[in-house]
Design a protein around this ligand. Structure first.
Ligand code: GLC
Ligand code: GLC
Length: 815
């Protein structure tokens, strides 16, 4: 069953009924000012840091679901009837409803009682505000006497405090209402230099800023007293719950349309010019007012929206493909890069499943996000790399997370996730391949625990690799530390205390438990690093890491191989995890993917054997399971993984992040049907037709889909912010379609499903444009035609900036 459809031409997903299985989200803004918006206008906004600079409130576990948002109410002043044009929060019947989620904007339209309303929500590029442009049209035979009430509930900035510290919060709230603009200035009197504002383009009939005055006692958002009565209380909040509501009243002739613009924004004043007049407690509005006035003009809004659309067109033009498969085309051309951009911008902070309070920017998460993002905005990727490297420690380890506002490591989580530093090598390698900007390797970057030392970035990479080699266990495999990629495989934790953190508790010394996964990741990272070191005149280093990679590959073959697949780890007592010797947790997906990707077992058949085991034991119609059989009870020696009921999360769901590793591995093994088959199983566009089962948005990947051991097999959770976005884009574009940026050129090496006749693609790369046309060779390509000339192999040499290069492949003579 579907709840909408894709409009590929407009790059939108169109939701045709408001009661989707879950709120289906979109993101406004991808830079400093960001927010989430649901298909019924629920959600909230923040500036840079979702915990510390939250503008508006949202109630994650409130009922009904998706409560708190960017709400408007329309009221027929003759009959007194009122409704929400976005359905929530009144949830009354609408005669029509449509929500279009586009790239960084959402447009919700509906009609009721002959009144059509359309609201466009977006954040103009470069601004710290969001626009709501409401258009109301009278489709009745006679005049319509209408009121519009707006409503936002302000958050007192620190979202954690806002939800808990009521003894203080109920007495701190402050606002100003001036010239029709509502200013929320709680704590501005003391150390904050920022405030929020809520403005309206029309003269106000009234306003409210105290929530209880607007709602009335014991009422909810579905029945505000001010709206019912048709009259605001003109309340000025002092303490309690600061809120923003404008009341606008107008008469529309038949066929007439009225446009009303609302702005919700964030503003920071220079500390020395906070108040006007100086010495008073009155907000200085001299700097913000011109911005408000400008954005309240319809021409500015129209132009801002045009620029937003243009910026997406130009960003997406870096790669556009035409394949025989529509689900692939719309994911690759539109939604997957969009999700990568959002994921990169938000890390794991704000979604329906992340409250914005507890997660900073994850080191490994962000490094992997880079893989899918780097071609979309290389400048921002560069800045992120340098921020990440600065949270690395002198040991080569890394803070597991850092805070976006301060960019300092999170002490509560700390470090010791032994895979973390290796991802930095992969992230930087991807950046170098995309941009060729080797100068980044010379950038001085401090260590988080030794700010006075500022070695060049290159040294950080070297230390990342060294970190693994300095921490080998009894089998010469890497020690796992607190956890590796699988946060929930906690082999040194041994927690018996309820509520104790699995990730940070270490009850035994971490000097025996080893990870085969980190072993594979090390081989991959070392092989990525060696050619980079070579180019930089560090031939000895390159040789050293090639040799270490060989050595590690041999150790994996000896101690990491279980007979038909790669083992996952060795626990604290030296027992193999992920082995046929156990009843549960016999085979894990992660080492099958990563080890094959790193090249382990390619030459001796282990790789293909491991992939066959994945197909036999882990593959389901909803995707590839993380492990099988799922753990049915809690294992002290394994940690959080066994805390989840079977089939969920790390305990045997389809943890989608890991599926593309197997797709890549299958492509490397030359098996296009297998690779593409796995891709289709988790492609949300393919799953659209089972939306009642999948339940999450059909236009973005979810972190997990409940596995075969769960009662709700096939149900997705944790959509949007997941490494799945980056890795799937890598798998489908770089390995199945085979278009890969490399240090010396553009690789075109597809491994396609047999049924495809071929595909075309346009790739912008280092300033040149490559027009690629592939006829399915049915096997690996051996040569290409580049501008009509035959080239042996599959690497298209770099063309000068501005050039257009025609690449054709798979014609006669191939396969
Ligand atoms: C979550 C975490 C990620 C981790 C994965 C597996 O997605 O954000 O860091 O690798 O879970 O545990
Ligand atoms: C939980 C999640 C896991 C995540 C971890 C770290 O364990 O299940 O996916 O990586 O928390 O926050």
């Amino acid at each position: 069953m579907r709840y909408g459809y894709f409009d590929d031409e407009h790059r939108e997903y169109v939701i045709t009924r408001p009661d989707t299985p879950l709120p289906w989200l979109n993101y406004l803004g991808t830079d400093a000012y960001v927010g989430i918006i649901s298909n019924t206008a629920g959600g909230y906004s923040c500036y840079r840091d979702a915990r510390l600079r939250r503008l508006t409130r949202y109630r994650y576990n409130g009922v009904p679901a998706d409560s708190g948002g960017r709400y408007l109410y329309l009221r027929d002043n003759r009959s007194g009837e009122y409704w929400s044009p976005s359905w929530q929060p009144t949830r009354g019947d609408l005669d029509s409803y449509e929500c279009r989620h586009g790239l960084s904007y959402t447009r919700i339209s509906s009609a009721r009682l002959g009144v059509r309303a359309e609201t466009l929500y977006f954040v103009p590029p470069g601004e710290t505000l969001e626009v709501w442009r409401l258009r109301v049209r009278n489709e009745r035979g006679g005049p319509a006497d209408l009121s519009v009430f707006s409503s936002v509930e302000f958050c007192l900035w620190d979202a954690q405090d806002d939800a808990t510290n009521f003894q203080r919060n109920y007495s701190t709230g402050e606002v100003e209402v001036d010239g029709g603009v509502i200013y929320h200035k709680t704590e501005y009197r003391e150390r904050r230099d920022h405030f929020a504002y809520f403005a309206c383009s029309e003269p106000l009939t009234g306003f409210d800023t105290q929530r209880e005055e607007f709602l009335g006692p014991y009422r909810g958002w579905d029945r505000p007293l001010a709206v019912e009565r048709g009259e605001s209380a003109n309340s000025v909040a002092h303490g309690w719950a600061p809120h923003g509501s404008h009341h606008v009243r107008f008469l529309l002739a038949p066929g007439e349309t009225k446009e009303v613009i609302f702005l919700l924004g964030y503003w920071e004043n220079p500390r020395e010019a906070k108040f006007d007049p100086p010495g008073s407690q009155i907000l200085n509005k001299a700097l913000v007012r011109p911005v408000i006035d400008r954005w309240l003009r319809p021409e500015t809004v129209a132009e801002g929206f045009r620029q937003l659309r243009e910026s997406w067109s130009s960003r997406l033009s870096v790669l556009q493909v035409g394949t025989p498969d529509q689900d692939t085309n719309r994911m690759v051309n539109i939604w997957n890069p969009y999700q990568c951009m959002v994921t990169f911008a938000m890390s794991r902070s704000v979604s329906l499943f992340e409250s914005g309070i507890s997660r900073g920017i994850g080191f490994r998460d962000s490094c992997q996000d880079l893989l899918g993002f780097v071609q979309l905005a290389p400048g921002r990727a560069r800045a992120r790399i340098l921020d990440l490297a600065a949270t690395q420690l002198a040991s080569g380890g890394a803070y597991h997370q850092y805070q976006p506002l301060t960019k300092t490591g999170n002490d509560a989580i700390g470090s010791g996730f032994n895979d973390d530093p290796l991802w930095l090598v992969l992230g930087v390698a991807a950046y170098l391949k995309e941009t060729g900007d080797e100068a980044i390797l010379d950038e001085p970057v401090p260590y988080a625990d030794a700010a006075d030392v500022r070695p060049p970035l290159q040294e950080h990479l070297e230390r990342s690799l060294r970190y693994t080699l300095d921490r080998l266990g009894p089998h010469q495999l890497p020690l796992i530390g607190r956890a590796d990629w699988n946060d929930c495989l906690n082999l040194n934790c041994f927690s018996a205390e309820p509520g104790q953190s699995f990730q940070t508790t270490e009850n035994v010394a971490g000097d025996t438990a080893e990870s085969v996964f980190i072993g594979g990741l090390f081989v991959l990272a070392a092989r990525e690093y060696a050619p980079i070191a070579e180019r930089r005149g560090r031939a000895a280093e390159a040789r050293c890491y090639r040799a270490e990679a060989e050595k590690m590959a041999a150790v994996i073959a000896e101690h990491g191989w279980d007979g038909a697949w790669f083992r996952r780890a060795y626990d604290h007592s030296g027992r193999a995890v992920g082995s046929a010797a156990d009843d549960e947790g016999q085979i894990f997906i992660e080492p099958q993917g990563i080890c094959v990707m790193s090249g382990v077992g390619i030459d001796d058949g282990m790789a293909v054997r491991a992939l066959d085991s994945v197909r036999e034991r882990l593959a389901t119609s909803h995707g590839i399971l993380l492990l099988q059989p799922a753990y049915t009870s809690y294992h002290l020696e394994l940690g959080e993984i066994s805390s989840y009921p079977p089939g969920y999360k790390e305990n045997g769901s389809v943890f989608c992040h890991t599926n593309p590793w197997v797709m890549i591995a299958e492509a490397m093994a030359g098996r296009g049907d297998a690779a593409f088959g796995y891709y289709q199983r988790i492609n949300p566009s393919v799953r659209e037709e089972i939306s009642e089962v999948h339940r999450c948005e059909p236009y973005v990947y979810a972190q997990m889909i409940a596995g075969r051991d769960a009662p709700a097999q096939g149900e997705a959770k944790n959509s949007w912010l997941t490494g799945t976005a980056a890795w799937n884009l890598v798998a489908i574009t770089q390995w199945i379609l085979g278009i890969r940026a490399e240090l010396d050129g553009l690789r075109v090496d597809p491994v396609l499903p047999a049924a495809w006749p071929g595909f075309t693609a346009t790739r912008r790369f280092r300033g040149a444009t490559y027009q690629i046309s592939v006829r399915n060779p049915g096997t690996r390509l051996t040569h290409l035609e580049v501008d009509g000339r035959r080239i042996e192999g599959t690497l298209v040499p770099l063309a000068p900036p501005g050039a257009t290069v025609h690449v054709t492949a798979g014609g006669q003579g191939q396969g």
